[in-house]
Design a protein around this ligand. Structure first.
Ligand SMILES: CC(C)(COP(=O)(O)OP(=O)(O)OC[C@H]1O[C@@H](n2cnc3c(N)ncnc32)[C@H](O)[C@@H]1OP(=O)(O)O)[C@@H](O)C(=O)NCCC(=O)NCCS
Length: 215
């Protein structure tokens, strides 16, 4: 992963400020902040019930307006989302990111467009977000959760080195009810061991931090 620091205009409360939003680069992907011109493409990829029903907050149907609302609030509070885009042609693949609560561990999340499932993109993107959190934030551990009926997400979480820490309930916006979830945690010490171990499989998407200019 290469972290390219970019200065973007941050929108909020009618005041325009500057803030630094990282752009994360992996072997095949560029993870960057969503922009308003992405709204139509986001709606085109996200508007699928099979994606929404596995996430806590994704609306369904998902309209361009939903994407615009999401983009307006991105990086303003606890939510720190990235679009997952192709390094080759910039095409939208999905989204990932983390929630950074005032108290407690950051939590990662992700979704990938149906056409791109099964190619390792979610794992590659999630690993980049994990590396970013441990390298550039003081997080002692990172949380993740998946619906118990979501083995693909569970597998992604496990491939990132997370360990199961318990079960719980999460509110599903689509189902308008609480659904059972498995909760996972990745401690900094475990992550450090994984990185130091240099397993050849992990190394395929292992990060290399380079600070550079974007565009
Ligand atoms: C979960 C999701 C992000 C996975 O994206 P992806 O890019 O296909 O994930 P990856 O290819 O990196 O890895 C998926 C893994 O799950 C495995 N998998 C997929 N379907 C599975 C199933 N039904 N049972 C068991 N394992 C499954 C794949 O084989 C792969 O593991 P492997 O590399 O060991 O073979 C994608 O399916 C998605 O967006 N789902 C809807 C939204 C969602 O679930 N978000 C997460 C909320 S917690």
């Amino acid at each position: 992963m290469t972290a390219l620091e970019t200065i973007l205009e941050c929108r909020g409360s009618g005041v325009t400020t500057e803030c630094s939003i990282p752009v994360l680069e992996t072997e095949r992907l560029v993870l960057r902040a969503p922009r308003f011109e992405d709204a139509r493409a986001i709606a085109g990829v996200a508007n699928d019930r099979r994606i929404a029903e596995m996430t806590a907050n994704l609306p369904h149907p998902y309209a361009e307006k939903d994407a615009e609302n999401w983009i307006t609030n991105a990086w303003q509070g606890e939510d720190h989302p990235f679009l997952i885009t192709s390094k080759t042609d910039g095409a939208l693949i999905g989204a990932t990111g983390f929630v950074m609560p005032e108290i407690g561990d950051p939590e990662i999340g992700y979704w990938v467009g149906i056409a791109h499932w099964g190619k390792g993109y979610a794992t590659e993107a999630a690993r980049a977000v994990v590396d970013h959190l441990f390298m550039n934030h003081a997080a002692k551990s990172i949380a993740a959760r998946a619906r118990v009926v979501n083995p693909a997400s569970r597998r992604v979480i496990e491939k990132c080195g997370f360990q199961w820490v318990g079960a719980g309930l999460t509110r599903s916006r689509l189902l308008a009810s609480s659904v059972p979830v498995d909760k996972f945690q990745l401690d900094r010490s475990v992550w450090s061991s994984l990185k130091a171990w240099r397993d050849p499989i992990l190394r395929r998407s292992a990060p290399k931090i380079v600070i550079g200019e974007l565009g």
